[in-house]
Design a protein around this ligand. Sequence first.
Ligand code: IMP
Length: 208
Amino acid sequence: MAEFSKILIATNNAHKIEEIRAILAGTGIEIVSPRELGVEVDPEETASTFKGNAIIKASEFSLAAGIPAFADDSGLCVDALEGAPGVYSSRYAFEGCTFEDNNNKLLDALKDVPEGKRNAKFVCVISLCDGRNLLSDFRGELSGSIAISPKGDNGFGYDPVFVPDFDKMRSRNTRTLAEMTKKEKNSISHRSNALKMFASYLRNQLHS
Ligand code: IMP
């Protein structure tokens, strides 16, 4: 197993840095931001898979900083659309679109798909790279279905149209993610599932 006590979080998104730092706080590994290291990188996400894009981001930041770096990449995959929007989730409607544009396009694409056939999942992949070497990767998923119309005001992205199959008590669920509190969403989300696996890897890494 690779040895390190400090890793770089490969994103310039301040909100993401704060959220991820909180989850990884107990691991004993120092998490540094690009800004703290004076690193400026803005890699293009050109891969066709979540893992590929996470590797591009983690390795470019790691090469620029000279320490291991990790990145996450996530999105929504809809069965009836053969996995779309997938890696194009943020720009599904068009380049520079809003979350609402994406949700409208998605609901339109599924307008003839009946309830029961609207299965989908959120995927989040975290890759940890040392330079160009992939040290490890972690995949979290959240399965559910696409609602007939948007509901709820919380969260972001596709949250108003995504109904997770189960809530945190593993009971059948009918609410969209945007109708759940942040705490409820974090207890089941694809991102927190991947981050929990990553946190456990980091704890083992430090104590091995
Ligand atoms: P990113 O890789 O985390 O930046 O996510 C890419 C895109 O996937 C976002 O712009 C959203 O459209 C969608 N997405 C990822 N995670 C979520 C989520 O938890 N809720 C809703 N949409 C999400």
